[in-house]
Design a protein. Structure first.
Length: 316
């Protein structure tokens, strides 16, 4: 056998699947303790497995500063590859289970916070069809979702704004996601028609945190019109924003889908503003080169065919 073949097969001969599984867990949690708990192993065993993988690769995969663990650039790449290996093995496991007449596997979905109003409903119905699957649902802001995409942490992602061009992604438009302006029902603009952005700019805004897709869309619109936003409060959840609007602390831009029927008791109304609604789309995305698991393909198809039924904003 040639020297090049020996080198190319080095990891196959020196790295085990257990080491790959352990390091992937450590890279996600950035904690040996949490990885040990997840895998039902002792912490010394986790440390030993990671050490063996580091020795096999011959490059540092992480740095430890105090009690905190940080992945090196090499560690990030190795973690992504580990997830791909685990994903392919999970896919094989599903195939084998299918041959046995079983439906098992793991489905990992990450969504932006405003998609939490419909994604759990869709997942709930889907899981009735596959009751034995393991399910992971992460709800975060847009910036966090983009980081999870880069780290290949999940199967599918649902977000409003399409990621930057430097992300090599498969993007599937899913459903309309109109952004609206809301205010207290007794606000002086509540009964006005065709409110100008210039007039709206005089109001105090309740804003989502940096990294929110809704915040970015609103800031972009005002910037294009040469206007500045007057930000009164920064809040991290849509519920907090809606309750602050109900408290007459300011106006806000939210997804119309976040106005669920449970909010009917809140004194909130949609304002008639020029340029609104901002017509955004929900998008299902995943890395272009990613081989989706059977379950992920099934859930993707289910969302495309029936997912829109779970999105039902309150009529104007």
């Amino acid at each position: 056998m040639s020297e090049s073949n020996n080198q190319s097969n080095f990891l196959i001969r020196h790295a085990s699947l257990r080491q790959i599984q352990v390091f992937e867990s450590v890279s996600r949690h950035l904690s040996f303790t949490k990885a040990a708990q997840e895998l039902f192993l002792t912490q010394p065993t986790v440390s030993s497995q990671v050490k063996s993988l580091v020795e096999a690769i011959g490059l540092p995969l992480y740095e430890q500063v105090g009690r905190n663990i940080y992945l090196t650039e090499v560690g990030d790449q190795v973690a992504c590859s580990c997830r791909e290996v685990i994903g392919r093995l999970s896919n094989l496991e599903i195939l084998l289970d299918d041959f046995k007449g079983m439906k098992r596997g793991r489905l990992k979905v990450s969504v932006v916070s405003t998609a939490k109003y419909f994604t759990p409903l869709a997942l709930g119905t889907f899981c009735k069809k596959y009751p034995k699957i393991e399910l992971s649902l992460k709800i975060s802001n847009r910036d966090t979702i983009l980081k999870r995409i880069q780290q290949n942490l999940d199967d599918l992602y649902i977000l409003g704004q399409v990621p930057p061009n430097d992300f090599d992604l498969k993007v599937i438009p899913f459903a309309p996601n109109p952004l609206i302006i809301v205010a207290h029902k007794d606000h002086e603009l509540a009964k006005e028609k065709n409110i100008s952005l210039k007039r709206l700019a005089k109001e105090h805004f309740l804003m989502r945190e940096d990294g929110s897709g809704i915040r970015s869309a609103l800031e972009e619109l005002f910037r294009e019109e040469g206007l500045k936003l007057s930000e009164r409060l920064t809040l991290e959840t849509n519920e907090a924003i809606k309750h602050c609007v109900a408290g007459d602390l300011g106006v806000a831009c939210i997804s119309e889908h976040s106005l669920s029927f449970d909010d009917s008791s809140l004194p909130i109304v949609k304002l008639d503003v020029q340029g609104f609604p901002i017509n955004k789309q929900w998008n299902i995305v995943y890395p272009a080169g990613k081989e989706l698991s059977i379950l992920a393909k099934e859930f993707l198809g289910y969302l495309q065919q029936q997912g829109a039924q779970y999105i039902d904003p309150i009529p104007s």
